[in-house]
Design a protein around this ligand. Structure first.
Ligand SMILES: *Cc1c(COP(=O)(O)O)cnc(C)c1O
Length: 391
């Protein structure tokens, strides 16, 4: 059966080779430790689970939800933005509920991109941005994120003819995979750039609450004029350990929110209402679970930075996210190095090339495994490699 061109053109799955190796090793009895996946290992806080249990019993929630979501959930999102960022949102017109933010991130491309249009995407970056535009028939223009620029894109380096053809600009801070953060001044410069070229800014912000050392991440919507040019995607997934629940939102410009909502109404019928009520419990309930989550990841981050130091690396500790982004030792590609680490230590790391061409030369360590496994992973790395030599 011949698949459609758009499916045939999807990029080859970069982790296939590693996954095959993992399976072979496991079959031969190796206890593989994965530092690969960015998926919180800790459970959803009990008061949120309890809210789901209660709402699951209510038969009104057994029917079709609306695709833009319960007003009560959108209201909870608006209240949360007001309290957390000082940003005012109209829950009726400026918030759309999503079945996990990935859903909206993929679908927004179809709302605004025609064939021949351009999306500006960060590289390295979350693959969904570029895949959405490619599926919509548009082109991607890569914005390199480099350590020299603290993993922030250089708007001045984008050729004017590209910027004129571009319709969407993707940003993501705190950033996956680099762990980089952006301040309000950067978001302000993004708003100016978007205004000059009539672009829509899509800011993907699932990690604003996953922060360390007292750092408080801003929302893009705090920038002056942000709501005129853009929308922010957010999610319960990382903040409340709810990746499996599939609940997120898009908030910001009312015209973009309406367009995304009406596009969605043609394809999906919204998130399970009981899950949305659990989302309200998450946003409105006690927030000490967030403090605990930060403590756990910060401790793991410190174990990773310390472990890397013992292996010869000098890496600045990231102030946010569940990732540490590390340069590959000289002489290896990121894939070669990931394969070597898997073979020699039974530890999975993610090759940077999986996040785009500018991810080459790096690998990603995720903090979402139990702390004692993380310690064991670094013990094995030390045993297998001693120390790497950097110039
Ligand atoms: C985890 C993540 C998401 C969010 O995913 P959900 O679909 O809301 O679970 C979005 N963007 C990035 C960069 C992520 O790492």
């Amino acid at each position: 059966m011949k698949v459609a061109d758009r499916v045939a053109a999807l990029p080859a799955y970069l982790f296939a080779r590693i996954e095959q190796k993992i399976e072979e090793l496991q079959n031969s009895g190796v206890d593989v430790i994965s530092l690969g996946i960015g998926d919180p290992d800790r459970p959803t806080p009990p008061h949120i689970v309890q809210a789901l249990k209660e709402q699951a019993d209510n038969s009104e929630n057994h029917r079709y939800p609306t695709s833009v979501g319960l007003l009560a959930f959108r209201q909870a999102v608006a209240d949360w933005y007001r309290g957390r960022f000082g940003v005012d949102l109209d829950p009726r017109s400026e918030v759309v509920t999503l079945i996990g933010s990935k859903e909206g991130i993929g679908h927004i491309a179809f709302c605004y991109l025609n064939p021949g249009d351009i999306a500006l995407i960060p590289d390295p970056g979350y693959p969904v941005y570029g895949i959405g535009s490619a599926l919509a028939g548009a082109e991607n223009y890569v914005l390199p994120l480099t350590p020299e620029r603290h993993f922030l894109p250089d708007f001045g380096a984008i050729p004017a003819d590209i910027a004129r053809r571009a319709k969407l600009l993707w940003l993501n801070y705190p950033n996956n995979p680099t762990g980089a953060t952006a301040d309000l001044e950067f978001f302000q410069s993004a708003v100016s750039f978007a205004r000059s070229y009539d672009l829509i800014i899509c800011h993907d912000a699932p990690y604003t609450e996953v922060t360390f050392d007292g750092y408080v991440a801003p929302s893009f919507l705090q920038a002056e004029g942000a709501k005129e040019v853009g929308i922010e995607f957010h999610s319960l997934s990382k903040t409340y350990n709810m990746t499996g629940w599939r609940l997120g939102w898009a908030a910001g410009n009312p015209e973009i929110a309406r367009t995304l909502g009406s596009f969605k109404s043609n394809l999906d019928s919204g998130a399970f209402q009981a899950v949305q009520y659990a989302g309200i419990a998450a946003l409105e309930g006690p927030q000490d679970c967030i403090r605990e989550m930060r403590q756990v990841y910060q401790q793991r981050r410190d174990i990773v930075i310390e472990g890397l130091r013992g292996l010869g690396w000098q890496v600045d500790p990231p102030r946010a996210t569940i990732y540490v982004w590390v340069p590959v030792p000289p002489g290896y590609t990121s894939l070669e190095f990931a394969e070597l680490v898997l073979e020699k230590a039974g530890v999975v790391i993610t090759q940077g090339i999986g996040y785009g061409a500018y991810g080459e030369g790096f690998f990603r360590i995720s903090l979402t495994i139990p702390t004692e496994r993380l310690i064991e992973a670094f013990r094995r790395l030390k045993e297998a490699f001693g120390a790497f030599v950097f110039d």
